[in-house]
Design a protein around this ligand. Structure first.
Ligand code: CTP
Length: 230
Protein backbone atom coordinates (compact mmCIF):
# COMPACT_ATOMS: atom_id res chain seq x y z
CA UNK A 1 0.00 0.00 0.00
CA UNK A 2 0.94 3.65 -0.08
CA UNK A 3 2.46 3.76 3.39
CA UNK A 4 4.63 0.70 2.92
CA UNK A 5 5.79 2.05 -0.40
CA UNK A 6 6.51 5.39 1.20
CA UNK A 7 8.64 3.78 3.91
CA UNK A 8 10.66 1.63 1.51
CA UNK A 9 11.01 4.26 -1.14
CA UNK A 10 11.58 6.96 1.46
CA UNK A 11 14.61 4.99 2.62
CA UNK A 12 15.85 4.58 -0.91
CA UNK A 13 15.57 8.25 -1.62
CA UNK A 14 17.28 8.86 1.73
CA UNK A 15 16.44 12.52 1.75
CA UNK A 16 13.39 14.42 2.71
CA UNK A 17 11.95 17.04 0.42
CA UNK A 18 10.88 19.26 3.28
CA UNK A 19 11.21 22.95 2.53
CA UNK A 20 11.06 22.44 -1.24
CA UNK A 21 8.33 23.69 -3.52
CA UNK A 22 7.50 21.35 -6.36
CA UNK A 23 5.25 22.01 -9.34
CA UNK A 24 3.97 19.03 -11.30
CA UNK A 25 1.86 19.06 -14.46
CA UNK A 26 -0.04 15.97 -15.49
CA UNK A 27 -2.53 14.42 -17.90
CA UNK A 28 -3.37 15.62 -21.38
CA UNK A 29 -4.76 18.97 -22.42
CA UNK A 30 -8.00 19.32 -24.38
CA UNK A 31 -8.28 21.76 -27.24
CA UNK A 32 -11.85 22.78 -28.05
CA UNK A 33 -13.33 22.39 -31.54
CA UNK A 34 -16.82 23.63 -30.69
CA UNK A 35 -18.91 23.68 -27.47
CA UNK A 36 -19.23 19.89 -27.38
CA UNK A 37 -16.04 18.56 -29.00
CA UNK A 38 -12.34 18.66 -28.39
CA UNK A 39 -9.01 17.31 -29.55
CA UNK A 40 -7.37 15.23 -26.82
CA UNK A 41 -4.72 12.59 -26.28
CA UNK A 42 -4.29 9.28 -24.46
CA UNK A 43 -2.48 10.57 -21.38
CA UNK A 44 -4.16 9.40 -18.15
CA UNK A 45 -2.19 11.48 -15.67
CA UNK A 46 -0.93 8.41 -13.78
CA UNK A 47 2.79 9.29 -13.92
CA UNK A 48 2.32 12.92 -12.93
CA UNK A 49 -0.13 12.14 -10.11
CA UNK A 50 2.26 9.50 -8.77
CA UNK A 51 5.09 12.05 -8.69
CA UNK A 52 2.92 14.63 -6.95
CA UNK A 53 1.81 12.07 -4.35
CA UNK A 54 5.33 10.76 -3.68
CA UNK A 55 6.76 14.27 -3.31
CA UNK A 56 4.00 15.26 -0.87
CA UNK A 57 4.71 12.13 1.21
CA UNK A 58 8.38 13.09 1.27
CA UNK A 59 7.48 16.47 2.69
CA UNK A 60 7.57 18.77 -0.33
CA UNK A 61 5.02 21.52 -0.81
CA UNK A 62 3.37 20.30 -4.00
CA UNK A 63 1.23 22.04 -6.59
CA UNK A 64 -0.38 19.81 -9.20
CA UNK A 65 -1.74 21.38 -12.38
CA UNK A 66 -3.65 18.81 -14.39
CA UNK A 67 -5.62 18.43 -17.56
CA UNK A 68 -8.83 16.39 -17.31
CA UNK A 69 -8.16 13.03 -15.62
CA UNK A 70 -10.20 10.27 -13.98
CA UNK A 71 -7.77 10.23 -11.03
CA UNK A 72 -8.36 11.75 -7.60
CA UNK A 73 -5.95 14.54 -6.69
CA UNK A 74 -3.52 13.12 -4.08
CA UNK A 75 -3.94 14.14 -0.45
CA UNK A 76 -1.97 17.11 0.76
CA UNK A 77 -1.40 18.55 -2.71
CA UNK A 78 -2.54 21.95 -3.96
CA UNK A 79 -4.59 21.08 -7.03
CA UNK A 80 -5.68 23.02 -10.12
CA UNK A 81 -7.63 21.50 -12.99
CA UNK A 82 -7.24 23.02 -16.44
CA UNK A 83 -8.43 22.15 -19.95
CA UNK A 84 -6.38 23.69 -22.72
CA UNK A 85 -2.65 24.20 -23.18
CA UNK A 86 -3.07 27.95 -22.87
CA UNK A 87 -4.90 27.62 -19.54
CA UNK A 88 -2.13 25.34 -18.32
CA UNK A 89 0.52 27.77 -19.48
CA UNK A 90 -1.04 30.71 -17.65
CA UNK A 91 -1.23 28.89 -14.32
CA UNK A 92 2.22 27.32 -14.68
CA UNK A 93 3.81 30.69 -15.37
CA UNK A 94 2.05 32.17 -12.35
CA UNK A 95 3.36 29.43 -10.03
CA UNK A 96 6.81 28.99 -11.56
CA UNK A 97 8.83 31.78 -9.87
CA UNK A 98 8.16 30.41 -6.36
CA UNK A 99 9.11 26.83 -7.26
CA UNK A 100 12.36 24.95 -6.65
CA UNK A 101 11.55 21.98 -8.86
CA UNK A 102 9.22 21.68 -11.85
CA UNK A 103 8.32 18.32 -13.37
CA UNK A 104 6.31 18.56 -16.58
CA UNK A 105 4.65 15.19 -17.07
CA UNK A 106 1.65 16.64 -18.91
CA UNK A 107 0.95 15.69 -22.51
CA UNK A 108 0.39 19.17 -23.83
CA UNK A 109 -1.33 19.51 -27.20
CA UNK A 110 1.14 20.95 -29.69
CA UNK A 111 -1.67 22.47 -31.77
CA UNK A 112 -5.07 24.00 -31.12
CA UNK A 113 -8.01 24.62 -33.44
CA UNK A 114 -7.60 27.99 -35.10
CA UNK A 115 -11.25 29.03 -35.39
CA UNK A 116 -13.15 27.47 -32.50
CA UNK A 117 -16.84 27.43 -33.41
CA UNK A 118 -19.25 29.18 -30.99
CA UNK A 119 -21.98 26.77 -32.01
CA UNK A 120 -21.98 23.03 -32.44
CA UNK A 121 -20.70 22.20 -35.92
CA UNK A 122 -23.41 20.50 -38.02
CA UNK A 123 -22.63 17.76 -40.48
CA UNK A 124 -23.00 19.14 -43.96
CA UNK A 125 -20.39 18.22 -46.49
CA UNK A 126 -18.54 14.96 -46.97
CA UNK A 127 -15.37 16.52 -45.61
CA UNK A 128 -14.62 18.91 -42.81
CA UNK A 129 -11.31 20.68 -42.52
CA UNK A 130 -10.00 21.86 -39.17
CA UNK A 131 -7.12 24.29 -39.33
CA UNK A 132 -4.71 23.98 -36.40
CA UNK A 133 -2.25 26.53 -35.09
CA UNK A 134 0.71 25.98 -32.82
CA UNK A 135 0.39 26.15 -29.06
CA UNK A 136 3.10 27.74 -26.96
CA UNK A 137 5.73 25.29 -25.70
CA UNK A 138 5.26 25.72 -21.94
CA UNK A 139 8.37 23.80 -21.00
CA UNK A 140 10.60 25.65 -23.44
CA UNK A 141 9.40 28.96 -22.01
CA UNK A 142 10.21 27.76 -18.49
CA UNK A 143 13.68 26.75 -19.67
CA UNK A 144 14.20 30.35 -20.76
CA UNK A 145 12.90 31.76 -17.43
CA UNK A 146 14.76 29.28 -15.23
CA UNK A 147 16.85 30.62 -12.33
CA UNK A 148 19.97 28.85 -10.97
CA UNK A 149 18.15 27.44 -7.90
CA UNK A 150 15.45 25.85 -10.06
CA UNK A 151 15.51 22.30 -11.40
CA UNK A 152 13.49 21.63 -14.54
CA UNK A 153 12.46 18.15 -15.61
CA UNK A 154 10.61 17.27 -18.81
CA UNK A 155 9.18 14.15 -20.37
CA UNK A 156 9.62 12.84 -23.87
CA UNK A 157 7.13 10.35 -25.22
CA UNK A 158 8.38 8.90 -28.46
CA UNK A 159 7.53 6.07 -30.83
CA UNK A 160 10.95 6.08 -32.56
CA UNK A 161 14.52 7.41 -32.12
CA UNK A 162 13.87 7.70 -28.37
CA UNK A 163 17.32 8.72 -27.14
CA UNK A 164 18.07 11.05 -30.01
CA UNK A 165 14.78 12.95 -29.73
CA UNK A 166 14.91 13.04 -25.92
CA UNK A 167 18.44 14.43 -25.94
CA UNK A 168 17.35 17.08 -28.44
CA UNK A 169 14.51 18.18 -26.14
CA UNK A 170 16.79 18.23 -23.09
CA UNK A 171 19.07 20.69 -24.84
CA UNK A 172 16.52 22.74 -26.77
CA UNK A 173 14.33 23.31 -23.70
CA UNK A 174 17.24 23.92 -21.29
CA UNK A 175 16.22 21.07 -18.95
CA UNK A 176 18.22 19.49 -16.13
CA UNK A 177 16.79 16.05 -16.78
CA UNK A 178 14.39 14.39 -19.20
CA UNK A 179 12.35 11.25 -18.64
CA UNK A 180 12.22 9.39 -21.93
CA UNK A 181 9.66 6.72 -22.60
CA UNK A 182 9.04 4.63 -25.65
CA UNK A 183 5.27 4.71 -25.95
CA UNK A 184 5.23 2.09 -28.68
CA UNK A 185 5.91 -0.55 -25.97
CA UNK A 186 2.70 -1.94 -24.43
CA UNK A 187 4.00 -1.73 -20.81
CA UNK A 188 5.10 1.87 -21.19
CA UNK A 189 3.54 5.24 -21.54
CA UNK A 190 -0.08 6.14 -21.91
CA UNK A 191 -2.76 4.87 -19.60
CA UNK A 192 -0.96 1.87 -18.08
CA UNK A 193 0.24 1.43 -14.48
CA UNK A 194 3.81 0.60 -15.44
CA UNK A 195 6.46 2.46 -17.34
CA UNK A 196 9.77 1.77 -19.05
CA UNK A 197 11.92 4.85 -18.86
CA UNK A 198 15.39 6.22 -19.44
CA UNK A 199 16.68 9.24 -17.55
CA UNK A 200 18.92 11.61 -19.49
CA UNK A 201 20.89 14.28 -17.68
CA UNK A 202 22.82 17.39 -18.65
CA UNK A 203 26.17 15.68 -18.21
CA UNK A 204 25.25 13.27 -20.99
CA UNK A 205 24.59 10.32 -18.69
CA UNK A 206 21.76 7.95 -19.47
CA UNK A 207 20.18 5.74 -16.83
CA UNK A 208 18.02 2.92 -18.09
CA UNK A 209 15.49 1.69 -15.54
CA UNK A 210 13.79 -1.70 -15.56
CA UNK A 211 10.03 -2.07 -15.98
CA UNK A 212 8.41 -0.71 -12.81
CA UNK A 213 5.14 0.67 -11.60
CA UNK A 214 4.63 4.38 -12.10
CA UNK A 215 4.30 4.72 -8.32
CA UNK A 216 7.79 3.27 -7.77
CA UNK A 217 9.26 5.25 -10.64
CA UNK A 218 7.92 8.44 -9.08
CA UNK A 219 10.25 7.95 -6.09
CA UNK A 220 13.22 7.13 -8.32
CA UNK A 221 12.67 10.23 -10.45
CA UNK A 222 12.48 12.36 -7.29
CA UNK A 223 15.63 10.72 -5.92
CA UNK A 224 17.55 11.57 -9.08
CA UNK A 225 16.24 15.14 -8.97
CA UNK A 226 17.45 15.49 -5.37
CA UNK A 227 20.87 14.14 -6.36
CA UNK A 228 21.11 16.68 -9.17
CA UNK A 229 20.50 19.47 -6.65
CA UNK A 230 23.28 18.35 -4.27
N1 CTP B 1 5.47 20.41 -23.56
C1 CTP B 1 5.04 21.65 -23.15
N2 CTP B 1 4.30 22.43 -23.99
C2 CTP B 1 3.99 22.00 -25.22
C3 CTP B 1 4.44 20.74 -25.66
C4 CTP B 1 5.17 19.96 -24.80
O1 CTP B 1 5.32 22.04 -22.01
N3 CTP B 1 3.26 22.78 -26.02
C5 CTP B 1 6.30 19.60 -22.64
C6 CTP B 1 5.66 18.33 -22.13
O2 CTP B 1 5.02 18.56 -20.90
C7 CTP B 1 6.85 17.40 -21.97
C8 CTP B 1 7.83 17.87 -23.00
O3 CTP B 1 7.43 19.19 -23.35
O4 CTP B 1 7.46 17.53 -20.70
C9 CTP B 1 7.94 17.05 -24.23
O5 CTP B 1 6.71 16.93 -24.85
P1 CTP B 1 6.57 16.20 -26.25
O6 CTP B 1 5.18 16.35 -26.73
O7 CTP B 1 7.17 14.84 -26.16
O8 CTP B 1 7.57 17.03 -27.13
P2 CTP B 1 7.43 18.24 -28.09
O9 CTP B 1 8.40 19.25 -27.64
O10 CTP B 1 6.03 18.64 -28.25
O11 CTP B 1 8.04 17.64 -29.43
P3 CTP B 1 7.39 16.73 -30.58
O12 CTP B 1 5.91 16.94 -30.54
O13 CTP B 1 8.04 17.26 -31.80
O14 CTP B 1 7.83 15.34 -30.26
Amino acid sequence: DGNTMDNTMGNIIGSTMQGLKLLVTAAGTREPIDPVRYIGNRSSGKMGYAIAEAAARLGAEVTLISGPSALQPPAGVEFFGVESAREMRQLVQEKFPACDIVIKAAAVADYRVKNVSDQKIKKNDAELTLVLEKNPDILKELGEMKQPHQTLVGFAAETQNLLQYAKGKLEKKNLDMIVANDVSKPQAGFNVDTNLIKLLKRDGSIEELPLMSKKELAYIILDRVMKLRK
